[in-house]
Ligand binder design. Structure first.
Ligand code: CO8
Length: 260
């Protein structure tokens, strides 16, 4: 059985897994163990075809209230630098090739907001609150928040959030483009599961290619990005799944994607 100190894992027959952050007494504050557990889980499913999409969630009260302040409080510069604090966890998530949907209820603050932004898209409950309050602690975002928030919501709102440490509610986060959908709290997990099941029913090869293309948009010029898209699009014709997907459309039946 899969057991992790800080995560609950539920694998679903429809081809996705729900990963629940499970440090309720600390509002899911992210410590080294959480990143070690997430890394181990992602390693274990990277090549596992029964998990084609992941839903990452927290509790009703908190997706995650930040990096664990109690773990960081007494760290020296030499320790942070030597350990390259949280760098390995951050990098592991960005290297994961299958989609991760963040289902956010309650607080997504500091490292919690950064973790949600590391996911491929965010579905938020009406109760969700996003913020980068690190400045209150005399520090700054450290898991990509200053970069990803700015790309997602633009400079003005990113500066506002990061410099004042105020929280954004779900409606503002949706207007700003930080989250893709907002749903009532009781719908949150079903909405995320339904999205994950849809993704898991697609060709897993096409899913990986589509994810990679969108990510390239954030890191290239338009000309380079379009060239990358076109080459990857052409390459999908090497897979049986392309033949199957188009044949199924023509035959008016459901495709049977094999990931080949
Ligand atoms: N770290 C550790 N413990 C936490 C954290 C946290 N981030 N957040 C909450 N907790 C703990 C509390 O200490 C408390 O524990 P205890 O019961 O032992 O006192 C328990 O969770 C419940 O919290 P509260 O009693 O505070 O609950 P409230 O409902 O009153 O308040 C808040 C909820 C508003 C979310 C409040 O807990 C809060 O402000 N939390 C801190 C938010 C914050 O500042 N987050 C940013 C942290 S810094 C960060 O994320 C840096 C990221 C970059 C790291 C990069 C490394 C390279």
């Amino acid at each position: 059985a899969e057991t992790y100190e800080t995560l609950l894992i539920e694998r679903h027959a429809d081809g996705y897994a729900v990963v629940t952050l499970n440090r309720p007494k600390a509002l899911n504050a992210l410590n080294s163990q959480v990143f070690a557990d997430l890394t181990a889980f992602l390693d274990s499913v990277e090549r596992d075809d029964t998990v084609r999409c992941i839903v990452l969630t927290g509790s009703e009260k908190a997706f995650a209230a930040g990096a664990d302040i109690k773990e960081m409080a007494d760290q020296s510069y030499a320790q942070m630098f030597t350990e390259n604090f949280f760098a390995a966890g951050h990098d592991r998530i960005t290297r994961f090739r299958k989609p991760i949907i963040a289902a956010v209820s309650g607080y997504a603050l500091g490292g919690g907001c950064e973790l949600a932004m590391l996911c491929d898209f965010i579905i938020a409950s009406e109760t969700a609150k996003f913020g980068q309050p690190e400045i209150n602690l005399g520090v700054a975002p450290g898991i990509g928040g200053s970069q990803r928030l700015t790309r997602l919501v633009g400079k003005s709102k990113a500066m506002d959030m990061i410099l004042t440490a105020r929280m954004m509610d779900a409606a503002e986060a949706e207007r700003a483009g930080l989250v893709s959908r907002v749903v009532p709290g009781e719908r949150l997990l079903d909405e995320a599961r339904e999205a994950a099941a849809k993704i898991a029913a697609h060709s897993p090869l096409a899913v990986m290619a589509n994810k990679e293309m969108v990510n390239v948009a954030l890191e290239s010029t338009l000309t380079e990005g379009v060239r990358f898209e076109r080459r990857l699009f052409h390459s999908l014709f090497a897979f049986e799944d392309q033949k199957e997907g188009m044949a199924a459309f023509v035959d008016k039946r459901k495709p049977d994607f094999r990931g080949r």
